[in-house]
Design a protein around this ligand. Structure first.
Ligand code: FNR
Length: 390
């Protein structure tokens, strides 16, 4: 908080802050190329789920307490036996070379500087090995887009494990890419194909299989063809079912977290199949347009399975108050996507770090105003549901 105030108010430099998401968006639009900006911005369909994610937060208000000592504040949480300094994680976000030359390494370093766990995407344009080398001692989770091919799955998981990634996030809402008008209208798909995907291309099984189907070619020989092959591996259609969770367990002995759960029924199935955590997520409104806002289903999911699995959430987190509301409704932690990647697009690693620092400072202050000294003090009784017309 002190840094934000010193830079902003005292030094006259406008700091990057997340309390005004539209400012971040405006700056990103000015500074980034169109393809990159629109790829971040884009919701699926008419963005109705993206809008609902924000509206849902506005329907909850905090009832603050006063004359309660709230310092020193403790923002730490324990997830899967690890203590983390803050209840906020970086959401997995792929293809970062579209946004800035610092790519995923910049975001990973920004997270490391603030002790925020970094979740690396399967479709990162930096390899698992390079991320591990850049931030060897920082908390790292790996997100899997689940290939239908077991050998490719095993290879990705082995690389993640060998390189110090401690938890596995399996994204289930993106077995194919959704109808995203921004992407279809802008020039980013050809760009994506042309840039390739370093993490996929570095995988020994992916390389071998690509060589088998292309008469001995390497991904570097034909980046567009290799990208099409890799995208087909990462987004294989709806080829998995609940019974396949055992395949993941065969190759991953750490915590397994399913991302993209929105229904109580699926949360129950996740618990029955022995996963460790779930992320209540609609992919930031980028997949099923018309899907329910995550905050609207979080309480019922927490009530149903919260004692058996660790429930986290994302989609629409923009401010400290949003995080307070999600935690008070029972999430054990939240993940944040777009704001940080707008920061990356605006000013590389520094920009990503400034956004995260602002968000954490805002969270710290909001907890204090709410009368909470530690995360466990954030209870449902702190909130009121309100309904404003329009
Ligand atoms: C994503 N998201 C995502 N999720 C995932 O599991 N793997 C991925 O590679 C990506 N890639 C990705 C790219 C971009 C540009 C965005 C904005 C999002 C979804 C992400 O993890 C998260 O669920 C949402 O971003 C959360 O919503 P907010 O915070 O962006 O509103």
């Amino acid at each position: 908080l002190r840094t934000v105030v010193q830079k902003g108010l005292l030094a006259g430099e406008l700091p990057i802050v997340t309390t005004n998401p539209s400012w971040l968006e405006e700056q990103a639009k000015k500074k980034m190329n169109r393809a990159g900006f629109e790829y971040i911005l884009g919701g699926a369909g008419e963005s109705s789920t993206m809008d609902a994610n924000r509206l849902a937060f506005r329907q909850w208000k905090i009832v603050p307490r006063v004359l309660k000592p709230t310092t020193p504040r403790d923002l730490s949480v324990t997830l899967f036996g690890h203590k983390y300094d803050v209840p906020v994680l970086m959401a997995p976000v792929g293809v970062n070379s579209l946004f800035h030359k610092d790519k995923e390494i910049g975001v990973a370093q920004a997270c490391a500087a603030l002790n925020v766990p970094f979740t690396m995407s399967t479709v990162a344009q930096t390899t698992i090995e390079d991320i591990a080398a850049a931030v060897p001692d920082s908390p790292k989770w790996f997100q899997l887009y689940w290939p239908s091919d077991e050998e490719t799955t095993a290879s990705l998981l082995k690389r993640a494990k060998d390189n110090g990634f401690t938890a596995l996030v399996v994204t289930l809402d993106t077995w194919t890419l959704a109808w995203r008008p921004h992407d279809l209208d802008s020039a980013n798909l050809p760009f994506l194909l042309g840039e390739g995907c370093a993490n996929g291309f570095a995988d020994p099984v992916v390389r071998r299989k690509f060589a088998e189907m292309s008469d001995g070619g390497t991904p570097e020989d034909n980046i567009v063809q290799a990208s099409v092959y890799w995208i087909g591996e990462a987004f294989p259609g709806s080829s998995h079912s609940w019974g396949d969770i055992k395949i993941l367990k065969k190759y991953w002995d750490g915590p397994i977290i399913l991302k993209g759960i929105l229904s109580v029924e699926d949360a129950e199935l996740a618990a029955e199949h022995g996963v460790d955590g779930i992320i209540v997520s609609n992919h930031g409104g980028r997949q099923l347009d018309g899907a329910v806002a995550t905050l609207d289903v979080l309480p019922e999911i927490v009530d149903a399975v919260g004692s058996r699995v660790t429930v986290m959430m994302d989609s629409g987190i923009r401010t400290g108050a949003d995080i307070v509301k999600a935690l008070a409704l029972g999430a054990k932690a939240v993940l944040v996507g777009r704001p940080v990647v707008y920061g990356l697009g605006i000013n590389g690693k520094e920009g990503a770090e400034a956004v995260l620092a602002g968000l954490l400072a805002d969270l710290d202050l909001t907890m204090g105003f709410a009368g909470a000294k530690r995360v466990a003090d954030l209870k449902r009784s702190l909130l009121r549901r309100v309904k404003y017309p329009g």
